[in-house]
Design a protein around this ligand. Structure first.
Ligand SMILES: [Zn+2]
Length: 111
């Protein structure tokens, strides 16, 4: 069963990697635990310290929500790229819902 498990982990890793390609990580934090990031498309358009540049909590759901509503993101990336990102996100939900909590343990180690 290790083979199947590995495949899933690599797949999730690539999802995280794809998201990371579209955000800019910051040293800022929301509260004491949540890291904050910028949407790369917004960052490139406005530049740092611009009032329109909003920080996003560095969580897949929050980042995807921003991407879905972000006109800059929509401008910069092609329809194909957007579909890839959003379809991966949908698949991730499906995968996670089928896996027991042990899966998260593996995921933490891998990343
Ligand atoms: Zn944005």
């Amino acid at each position: 069963m290790i083979g199947g498990g590995s495949f899933t982990i690599v797949f999730i890793k690539s999802m995280v990697q794809i998201l990371k390609d579209h955000i800019i990580l910051t040293n800022k934090k929301s509260g004491s635990t949540n890291k904050l990031c910028y949407c790369k498309a917004c960052y490139n358009k406005y530049g740092e310290d611009h009032p329109e540049l909003k920080t996003i909590v560095d969580k897949t759901e929050r980042i995807l929500t921003h991407f879905k509503n972000c006109p800059n993101f929509a401008d910069v990336y092609s329809q194909e790229e957007k579909e890839e990102i959003f379809s991966l996100a949908t698949q991730k939900k499906t995968v996670l819902s089928k896996k027991p909590s042990k899966f998260f343990f593996f995921l933490l180690i891998f990343i």
